[in-house]
Design a protein around this ligand. Structure first.
Ligand SMILES: [Cu+2]
Length: 123
């Protein structure tokens, strides 16, 4: 192959595979409680769903209160029955605002991360 043919070949390969790789990143799809929502009573578990399957060993989720202290009961991680879902069990939460931070390594080896808040209204 000539140099020009080789260059054209690699450009074609890049065009074919690049969009698929971008689509495959694990972004947050939705959560329960929902991103930015106010819930009437404390949820026992925070569930978040992603657009791609995750690598359990390199993906994590944490929930903290206003002072930055963890409110997890110690159990969190990728759901063994659904690798697009991470769950974290929560202590009994008083009314307040809570921050959820997540870090995900998708099966395509790209990492993504983000955070959001939700509020517990209390009685
Ligand atoms: Cu990716």
């Amino acid at each position: 192959m000539t140099m020009r043919t080789i260059t054209a070949f690699f450009l074609l390969v890049a065009m074919v595979f690049a969009p698929a790789a971008v689509r495959a990143h694990a972004f947050l799809d939705h959560s329960d409680p929902a991103v930015g929502s106010t819930v009437p009573s404390a949820p026992a578990t925070m569930h978040i769903w992603f657009t791609q399957e995750l690598e359990p060993a390199f993906s994590w989720i944490q929930v903290t209160d206003k002072s930055g202290a963890s409110v997890s009961d110690g159990t969190s991680g990728v759901d063994p029955d659904n690798k697009q879902e991470m769950d974290i069990k929560l202590k009994s939460l008083p009314a307040g605002t809570y921050t959820v931070k997540w870090h995900a390594l998708s099966v395509d080896t790209h990492t993504t991360q983000g955070d959001f808040t939700f509020q517990v209204k209390g009685s």
